[in-house]
Write a protein that binds this ligand. Structure first.
Ligand code: PLP
Length: 425
């Protein structure tokens, strides 16, 4: 930490100024890191540079919204041509919005879709839609689940975070991947159940993959209770050509999307069954309004469409998943038998330092409640010195064009770290 302070005088100075106008000096809680956050200045391709001029491999990957990297040529040209030939917002529907919607439907097996500005919004609208469609209120979610700024269930006790909306309407299953607990809570909620909202892999909750059996059991239980099954694919849609749900054979009534799908611009979308989504059809009476000034903003519609159609094709998605899995497997091998474990799937990797040394690592549930934040912080500071920019809470997100040699170097650097701190690892 001492070296960090000495090496980053401009970030430190910037933070001192920022606290004068922003509580704690920033506007995204996650990005705060003690003693002060690094202030980044520029990104290019798979790299970022901070105010003090250090260069890093970008393993934050904008928490998965940065799939295309910084200034990808296809995104860049979509943005510039939109600026030059379309304009920013036209106050009407556009052909581009309709094209992008059709592409999202086709790609993620949705009958109908609607756009929003964030994943949080997408989930809020999906829940409102499910409530309206079923005429019920309650929503079952899982401890460790994160569905957005006001839909966070990460507390140890699995209670909604204090800023969660509609706290009394959420029923929190205390353990993700626990089939019996899920069935019990869903059955107890019974004819009050509007929906179950679940991630196919908990992202912010530590990159903990849901088992196929668990997710199918949740889907079946939701249907048995007469509620909807909503799969939050905001983070996981990148993991397979048609999203993680399709890979696992799930048939969600509704799906929520976001992150990289906006091409790097603010984005969220929710969609699914035609009859459910019809609650948002303005031609129907008694339906729900779905507003949002920027829902179909031209930048997102063009950049998102170009990215998904020309860059992140189903073939590229499959190859990217495999590349991530191989990298992940190498990290698991290097760390085997130490206090460091890697969870996740494909390009989304969680890293955990635990009190116990875990030989094998399967569900990821083993790490919960025994995290060693002190070791994680040490790792973070040392990886910065090696030129790797990682989410402080322990997440590595790959972007499409991270060079192979940087992945190789990271594996080496992790091995050296474990060796250097052999006693404590
Ligand atoms: N759902 C999941 C699974 C997420 O990981 C996130 C963001 O991290 C969200 C929803 C919220 O998305 P946004 O930050 O765009 O509101």
């Amino acid at each position: 930490e001492g070296r960090f302070i000495a090496n980053n005088p401009l970030s430190k100075q910037q933070h001192a100024i920022a606290v004068g106008s922003l509580p704690g000096g920033n506007t995204r809680t996650l990005l705060h890191t003690a003693p002060f956050p690094l202030c980044m200045k520029q990104g290019k391709g798979a790299y970022v540079w901070d105010e003090d001029g250090h260069k890093y491999v970008d393993f934050v990957g904008e928490l998965s919204a940065g799939l295309y990297g910084h200034s990808h040529p296809v995104i860049r040209s979509a943005v510039l041509s939109t600026l030059d030939t379309v304009g920013l917002n036209l106050g009407s529907t556009t052909v581009q919005e309709q094209r992008f919607a059709a592409l999202l439907c086709q790609r993620f097996h949705l009958e109908r879709v609607r756009m929003a500005n964030t994943g949080t919004e997408a989930n809020l609208h999906a829940l409102a839609g499910a409530r309206h469609f079923t005429g019920r209120r309650k929503v079952v979610v899982f401890a460790g689940g994160y569905h957005g700024a006001v839909l966070s269930f990460g507390g140890e006790d699995g209670r909604p975070a204090p800023n969660a909306v509609d706290q009394e309407d959420f029923v929190v299953v205390p353990r993700y991947n626990d089939i019996d607990a899920a069935r019990k809570k869903i059955a107890e909620t019974g004819d009050e159940l509007a929906a179950v909202l679940v991630e196919g892999m908990q992202g912010a909750g530590g990159c903990i993959p849901g088992s196929k059996e668990f997710l199918h059991a949740v889907q079946d239980a939701a249907h048995a209770a007469g509620g909807l099954f909503i799969l939050d694919e905001v983070m996981t849609s990148r993991l397979a050509p048609h999203g993680l749900g399709a890979e696992l054979g799930l048939k969600p009534d509704m799906v929520t999307l976001g992150k990289y799908l906006g091409g790097g611009f603010a984005f969220g979308a929710f969609g699914g069954r035609e009859d459910v989504m019809a609650v948002y059809d303005p031609r129907e009476t008694g339906g729900l309004a779905h507003s949002g000034t920027f829902n179909n903003n031209t930048m997102t519609m063009h950049a998102g469409y170009a990215g998904l159609r020309e860059v992140f094709t189903p073939e590229v998605a499959a190859a990217f998943r495999e590349r991530g899995d191989l990298f992940h497997e190498r990290l698991v091998q290097v760390a085997r038998g130490s206090r460091l474990s890697f969870t996740g799937k494909g390009s989304l990797i969680g890293l955990h330092f635990t009190e116990e040394r875990l030989e094998e690592f399967y569900s990821g549930e083993e790490v919960k409640g025994q995290e060693r934040a002190d070791l994680r912080d040490l790792f973070w500071f040392e990886m910065l010195e090696e030129g790797f920019w990682i989410t402080r809470r322990g997440m590595i997100v790959l972007i499409l064009d991270t060079p192979d040699e940087e992945l190789d170097r990271f594996v080496d650097v992790v091995a050296q770290f474990l060796e250097r701190h052999r006693e404590t690892m």
